[in-house]
Design a protein around this ligand. Structure first.
Ligand SMILES: [Fe+2]
Length: 126
């Protein structure tokens, strides 16, 4: 998931679960920052220019909306990162491949954690 989305959700979380949701979102930021730094270095090492354009943060009105948008973002991150794993394997950069596989694991763990939070959400008071 994107750093901007995590920052936004941490700021916007409301209600009794605000502290937990803000902590959940903020906890993503160090890993996302480290991944971004690592990929920027690799991009430069291969002669490219790091992408500085962030994805738009989808508007979300409620905590549930935010978590559902997290699921979408994590799903996209898993797909994108899996594609980069294949590219790293194709060029024989085993270190990059392993690092990207770790990223896929992190994103999948965050996806599954978000699914757990949303499970039976409709049974909880608004
Ligand atoms: Fe994530």
């Amino acid at each position: 998931m994107a750093i901007g989305q995590s920052l936004t959700h941490a700021a916007k979380a409301t209600g009794p679960e605000r502290s937990q949701l803000a902590e959940f979102s903020n906890a993503e930021i160090p890993d996302e920052t480290a991944r971004t730094q690592s990929l920027a270095k690799k991009t430069v090492a291969y002669g490219g220019e790091p992408n500085t354009e962030a994805r738009d943060v989808p508007h979300a009105e409620t905590n549930r909306d935010m978590l559902e948008s997290v699921l979408e973002a994590e799903k996209k991150a898993i797909e994108d990162c899996s594609e980069r794993v294949e590219q790293a394997e194709a060029i024989g950069d085993v270190g990059l491949q392993v690092a990207l596989e770790d990223n896929v694991c992190d994103e999948r763990n965050h996806y599954e954690e978000t699914m757990q939070i949303l499970k039976n959400w409709e049974l909880q008071p608004a």
